[in-house]
Design a protein around this ligand. Structure first.
Ligand code: PEP
Ligand code: MG
Length: 539
């Protein structure tokens, strides 16, 4: 048995088989062959399998995220069988006498370049689709079972690193845990693990040899046991049972108020990244959703999600929450959250670059589509809209102008929308320092402590080497929180925390004393924090 130690992302135990996950974009080798007939047959079979997989994915996605969002898989299934695409692959196999993988890779590259160079935005976006379907066929041909959205059995994923876009597409039912060599515990991949309640470790030196071996992951100590023996497995199975029992004990807090012993009520909400996470929010009895990271909708697709698909997603969340508050944060793409079709330039310093509201205020077409979808969905529940990465009053004024124009458009079209509170994320030191001015423009503040820590301490949250000095308890960060609360309250703004620090049980009492009105945390943290709140006595 091998024992390794890394950094824990979520406390919890996982026991299961390892799946070594390789990035799809591995180089495809060109192999000469005389038997082109056999290669064509391999390709035809792989193509059939790809269509079957896509049809299955479509059915599953319809159930989970609705027809509109699922449509991408239907489009992919059609593209796989597109005449020009198929002819090009067969032609390369025959004329160059090469293996099917290579022919698919070359065709995929050629078609994707062709689409990317087109003027029309719709066709431009097809470039990512062609890449995607080609990777799928190559994976089938090479027997690579590693695409995370197609897991066959429950597994512990081991990978060099995982991008948020890869993590969000993994089949959560079959993902027991994941282990990465790289990636910081403050990255969005780590946040996703916590939102999905999946134990995870980072900073472990991984090996391809582990594929298929049985492992035990101990998220309490950050330990990974490879080829775990019966004794180790039994010991951790017991620990898993204890976890289940202590979670069961918390169940009696369901339905109880989030109120201190002396009667101060706190709004205890949950963070989500997808429509599917709502089940977890309800299961953990959160009083609302304090942060719906809407950019994950954009990371699950190969093209800009249109108004209808976004409307369906927001409406589904609002309806499922049945009148409870749902705060949707507008697109916060950029930095570690990248979608190919945005074609964002490479930047040396993306965390401080062209991202989030900066993109939305320039690409108002994308922004208005999202706002239309959100406002339309607000007629079906209690939706609030929140804007990320704010640094100036001017930005907020421009946002409000755009919201106003979208509302006017909807009214003119006779489309109803509800009463939405507008809020901003306080996640830059600039926003904290002018929070008195910003508070006069909006209904609420939500403090994004992940970025606020990064920018206040000048520590890249993605840099694993700096994990140990990325200190959200730093007095500078805590004073920023206090200042934001005071300025917000002075001007009638309620103030919450939706960054990971909001779930830090060591600080719950301090936050309540500071006057925080809301805490929004990963769903599995709701009940433990309710327990603390209900035991706080202010005097
Ligand atoms: C934050 O910065 O604290 C936050 C909640 O936003 P994100 O983690 O998505 O950047
Ligand atoms: Mg942030």
């Amino acid at each position: 048995m091998e024992k390794l130690t890394g950094k824990s992302i979520l406390k919890g135990i996982a026991i299961g088989k390892i799946l070594f996950y390789q990035k799809d974009e591995q180089a495809v080798k060109r192999v000469k062959t005389e038997d082109t007939k056999a290669e064509i047959e391999r390709y035809v079979n792989a193509r059939k399998e790809a269509v079957l997989q896509l049809n299955e994915l479509y059915k599953k996605a319809v159930k989970e995220v609705g027809e509109m969002n699922a449509a991408v898989f239907e489009v992919h299934a059609m593209m796989v069988e597109d005449g020009d695409y198929v002819d090009s692959i067969v032609n390369i196999i025959e004329t160059q006498q090469v293996n099917a993988e290579y022919a698919v890779a070359v065709t995929g590259d050629n078609f994707s370049k062709m689409f990317a160079e087109m003027d029309d935005d719709y066709f431009k976006a097809r470039a990512a689709d062609v890449k995607d379907i080609s990777e799928r066929i190559i994976n089938i041909l090479s027997g690579n079972k590693n695409s995370g959205n197609n897991l066959k059995e429950p597994v512990i994923i081991v990978a060099d690193d995982l991008a948020p876009s890869e993590t969000v597409q993994m089949d959560k039912e079959k993902l027991l845990a994941f282990v990465t060599e790289h990636g910081s515990s403050n990255s969005h991949t780590a946040i996703l693990a916590r939102t999905m309640n999946i134990p995870a470790l980072t900073g472990i030196s991984i090996s391809k040899e582990w594929d298929g071996k049985i492992a035990v992951l101990d998220g309490y100590t950050g330990t990974l046991y490879i080829d775990a023996g019966k004794d180790t497995i039994d010991k951790f199975k017991k620990r898993q049972d204890e976890d289940i029992k202590s979670r069961e004990l918390l169940q009696n807090l369901k339905g109880k108020e989030d109120i201190t012993l002396d009667g101060r009520k706190i709004k205890l909400y949950a963070n989500i990244g997808s429509v599917k996470d709502v089940a977890n929010v309800l299961a953990n009895d959160a009083a609302g959703i304090g942060l719906f990271r809407s950019e994950f909708l954009y990371l699950e697709t190969n093209d800009y999600p249109d108004e209808e698909s976004q409307f369906t997603a927001y409406k589904t969340v609002a309806e499922n929450m049945a009148g409870k508050k749902v705060i949707v944060r507008t697109l916060d793409i950029g930095a570690d959250k990248q979608a190919d079709y945005f074609n964002l330039d490479h930047e040396d310093n993306p965390a401080m670059g062209y991202r989030a509201i900066r993109i939305c205020l320039e690409r108002t077409d994308i922004f208005k589509t999202q706002l239309r979808a959100l406002l339309r969905a607000s007629a079906f529940g209690n939706i609030s809209i929140m804007f990320p990465m704010i640094i100036s009053v001017n930005e907020v004024k421009r946002i409000k102008e755009i919201v106003k124009s979208v509302k006017a458009e909807l009214s003119q079209e006779g489309i109803p929308y509800g009463d939405t509170e507008l809020g901003i994320m306080i996640e830059t030191p600039a926003a904290v320092m002018i929070s008195d001015l910003l508070a006069q423009e909006v209904d609420f503040f939500s403090i994004g402590t992940n970025d606020l820590t990064q920018y206040t301490l000048a520590i890249d949250r993605q840099n694993m080497k700096l994990d140990n000095i990325y200190d959200s308890h730093h007095p500078a960060v805590l004073r920023m929180i206090q200042m934001t609360v005071e300025n917000g309250h002075k001007h009638g703004c309620w103030v919450g925390i939706c960054g990971e620090l909001g779930a830090d049980t060591e600080l719950t009492e301090d936050f309540v004393r500071m006057g925080i009105d809301e805490l929004s945390v990963s769903p599995s943290f709701v009940l433990p924090i309710r327990k603390i709140i209900r035991n706080i006595k202010m005097e």
